[in-house]
Structures are given as C-alpha cells and as structure tokens.
Design a protein around this ligand. Structure first.
Ligand code: PLP
Length: 240
C-alpha cells in the first residue's frame, strides 16, 4: 500500500526553514525554563522515510546531524550526500545482519539493547574511523514496547559495552510511551536521567542523554536531555 501513497518528502524550502527555526526556538526556550545554558541541547533531525534531497535542503538550512532507523535507507542517503559534512545517527532496532553497514556509516548509535549486537558493531567498526559513539536504549515503558533493556538490566549491559574497544559508550536513550501532560511526560525521562547518574559513578565518561521527540521534547529538555530527536516537526508527517 505504501507505494500508492503520495511522494513522501515534497516540501517547500521556506516551510522547512520555518519548521527548523521553530524547533530551535522551542529548544532554546525549554533550556531557559530549565535553567540550562543555551546550546546545551543539540538537535538531531530524524529524516527516516524522507528523500536525500530534503536532507540536503535541511543541511542548507543549517542542520548537520540526521537520524535514521533503517540501515539500508541510511546507507543510501549517506552515499547520495557524501559531498556534505553530515553526521549520521542510527536510532532504530538493530538487526544482526545490518551491523556492518551501521558500523561503517554512522557516528552514533542510540539503540544498543543487546551485548551480541554491541560486540558485532565493535568488531566491524573500521579502525580509521575511531570508536563508534553508542547509547544504551532503556525501556522505560515495558508494557508497551519491546525495544530497549529494563532499568534493572541497564547497569550490567553498560558495564559490558564499556569494555568493547570499537565503541565509546556515551550514555542512554529512551522512547517512552506517549503521555499527556508535562508531569506524566517527564517521569520516564527522569528515570533515565537518574539511571545515568548512578552509572556515572563507575562510568564517568557518560555525558549524553538522547530523549525527546516532536511531542515531548520540552519535558525531555527539562529532565536533562542532551540530544532531542525530531522528525515530524521538521520534515512533516510520514506516510510510509
Ligand atoms: C521516528 C523517531 C523519532 C522522531 O519522531 P517524531 O515524533 O516524528 O519527532 C525519534 N526517535 C526515534 C527512535 C524514532 O524512531
């Protein structure tokens, strides 16, 4: 059915630029409300399902970091845009047979939830690229999601991943179930932040919380997010 839907990605440059400015203004306002320094949160533009040309437009409008959740799609866009200084973040579920592609293409992987996959990424990381930055995905809404490890299992996985030579463990990522209201939205982000504080006692290199999407980024920034992952509010709705 997906191929009968309209071309997913047509957007006027002025609309894209306006969306980006609005999202950046929301991030800066949330930083201010949270008493955090301006610029402490960075914007990852989630370009999944959107064409490479739209990513090129977004780069022209000032963005440099893009998130994808299908390895093949990411690799194709990265090749089509190899002339630009972009950084690619893999944020989707990781299939074992796609780890080589991910290890070769990305600067960051946000969705580590198994040691087996982490080991493969470490082994397959090209040495000349330096260690791959990785985040462990924490499942803060176990009843609705299969992705990520529980808060309880996070510590053991973090310790094991931190030993892998091809990876640099940088922090945690979470995708909470949709919730209404700022307080309800903040709760899972708070859990993730507290877990990172605990892990930092033995892993002082942890410095990155990837939390917040179009619908809950303000709550995430208030709870200490360093990267927000925004798709819809930048590129419009997805049709496939
Ligand atoms: C698609 C996706 C996003 C972006 O979601 P929006 O609601 O469109 O902003 C963020 N994070 C992950 C892991 C995603 O898969």
């Amino acid at each position: 059915m997906a191929n009968q839907l309209p071309y997913d990605g047509a957007m006027m440059p002025a609309e894209l630029e306006r969306n980006i400015s609005e999202v950046e203004a929301r991030i800066r306002a949330a930083e201010r409300r949270a008493g955090r320094p301006s610029g402490s949160v960075s914007l990852l533009a989630v370009s999944k399902t959107k064409p490479a040309e739209l990513v090129r437009q977004a780069h022209r409008a000032g963005l440099t970091a893009f998130g994808e959740n299908y390895a093949q799609e990411m690799s194709e866009k990265a090749q089509a845009l190899a002339d630009l200084p972009l950084s690619w973040h893999f944020i989707g579920p990781i299939q074992s047979n796609k780890t080589a592609l991910i290890a070769e293409t990305c600067d960051w992987v946000h969705s580590i939830d198994r040691l087996k996959v982490a080991r493969r990424l470490s082994e397959q990381r090209p040495p000349d690229k330096g260690p791959l930055n990785v985040l462990i995905q924490i499942n803060t809404s176990a009843e609705v999601s299969k992705s990520g490890v529980t808060v309880e299992a996070g510590e053991e996985l973090a310790a094991a991943v931190s030993e892998l030579p091809g990876l640099a463990l940088r922090g945690l990522m979470t995708i909470p179930a949709p919730a209404q209201g700022r307080d309800a939205q903040r709760q899972p982000f708070n859990q993730c932040r507290i877990l990172m504080e605990q892990l930092s006692a033995t892993l002082p290199q942890l410095d990155t919380l990837s939390m917040g999407m179009s619908g809950d980024m303000e709550a995430a920034v208030e709870e200490g997010a360093h990267i927000v992952r925004i798709g819809t509010d930048i590129f419009g709705p997805r049709y496939n």
